[in-house]
Design a protein around this ligand. Structure first.
Ligand code: CO
Ligand code: CO
Ligand code: CO
Length: 330
């Protein structure tokens, strides 16, 4: 659902006030966190969606990497997963077998155990997982502690919504499908481990609300504003070509419509790039807020160890009339 619709749906609900909820629905964070004792809390999330690529095996991988990502964004360690499957009655079961095979391969890589699942007959394929992880309550990384002066690092290139729309429309060649798939099926595990090792202030993963939407949530929860240096934001060059052709998913337009009120554009920016900043991402990278004296160290370690395209894309500033300010300069 679009962020606006979601807000309407969640309005005035009698949500639990259990003090053991360390991160709940109101915080608009990546995953929920529930305290078991002083050393241990559960981190839980669920994510599923319709196919983003044509190969069922790769789709299974991407859906799994995407579902695990919210646990890594909180600094947690995923342990178990449950499948969520919607599948047409008359479709070849071998397709579902391939989806599950791709999924299990990524779970194995992440050392996560599949312990169950649920299937529903549905005219349209949907696949994803509910994931449970653990974390020390003192080590939770939220999107609410970005500090003024922090640098912001983005770890994967943008443009996946535009490119998967091109794939669905039969416009992408095999090379592009492979390139986008290998970005979307890369776990954020190592990235999260490196970030925790260096020490960071806040983190979130970039998914359906796009870079601007998730950055806006970080700004709101941290009570700061964010300066984005659009020139430095990594994206796939093919996303520029397709955006200029008007191949843009509905969700990206939805994000633009919903978030543009909280965005101030400080200098002229190419049209396609603005679309990319709002683009819905599938299994995107982490947006990390890190103290300025650690930013270069973290960036070079990320580039070497997990995320070759990671870049510093902005900074955290004092709360302003707009949550996001976008500058475009070399
Ligand atoms: Co998330
Ligand atoms: Co999620
Ligand atoms: Co059941």
């Amino acid at each position: 659902m679009s962020p606006g619709d979601l807000e309407e749906v969640l309005k005035n609900l009698p949500l639990s006030k259990d003090p053991k909820i360390l991160v709940g629905i109101e915080s608009a964070d990546d995953a929920g966190v529930y305290k078991i004792n002083n050393e241990l809390a559960l981190v839980q999330t669920v994510d599923f969606f319709t196919p983003v690529v044509n190969d069922p095996y790769i789709y299974g991988q991407i859906a799994t990497v995407n579902a695990l990502s919210d646990i890594y964004a909180m600094g947690g360690k995923p342990l178990t997963a449950l499948n969520i499957v919607c599948f047409p009655l008359d479709m070849d079961k071998a397709i579902l077998n391939q989806i599950l095979k791709g999924s299990l391969e990524k779970l194995k890589e992440a050392q996560v155990s599949l312990i169950g699942g649920h299937t529903v007959i549905d005219p349209e394929i949907k696949f994803g997982l509910a994931v449970t992880g653990i974390i020390n309550p003192q080590s939770i990384i939220t999107n609410a502690k970005a500090q003024i002066g922090d640098r912001l690092i983005l770890t994967k290139p943008l443009g996946m919504g535009i490119i998967t729309t091109a794939i669905k429309g039969g416009l992408a060649d095999e090379e592009l499908v492979n390139k986008a798939s290998s970005i979307m099926n890369t776990l954020n595990r190592k990235t999260s481990e490196v970030a925790i090792d260096v020490g960071i202030n806040a983190c979130t993963d970039i998914t359906g609300f796009g870079l601007i939407g998730h950055a806006q949530e970080m700004a709101r929860e941290s009570k700061v504003s964010i300066n984005l240096e659009a020139f430095s934001v990594p994206y796939l060059k093919e996303a520029k070509e397709f955006a200029e052709m008007g191949v843009i998913p509905a969700g990206t337009y939805g994000n633009k419509k919903y978030y543009s009120n909280s965005v101030k554009i400080l200098s002229e920016i190419p049209f396609f790039l603005l679309d990319i900043l709002y683009d819905v991402q599938t299994s995107g990278g982490l947006l990390i807020s890190v103290a300025p004296n650690k930013a270069e160290i973290l960036l070079s370690r990320l580039q070497k160890e997990s995320s070759p395209e990671a870049a510093i894309i902005g900074e955290v500033v004092e709360k302003n009339t707009h949550k996001i300010m976008i500058e475009y300069k070399n």
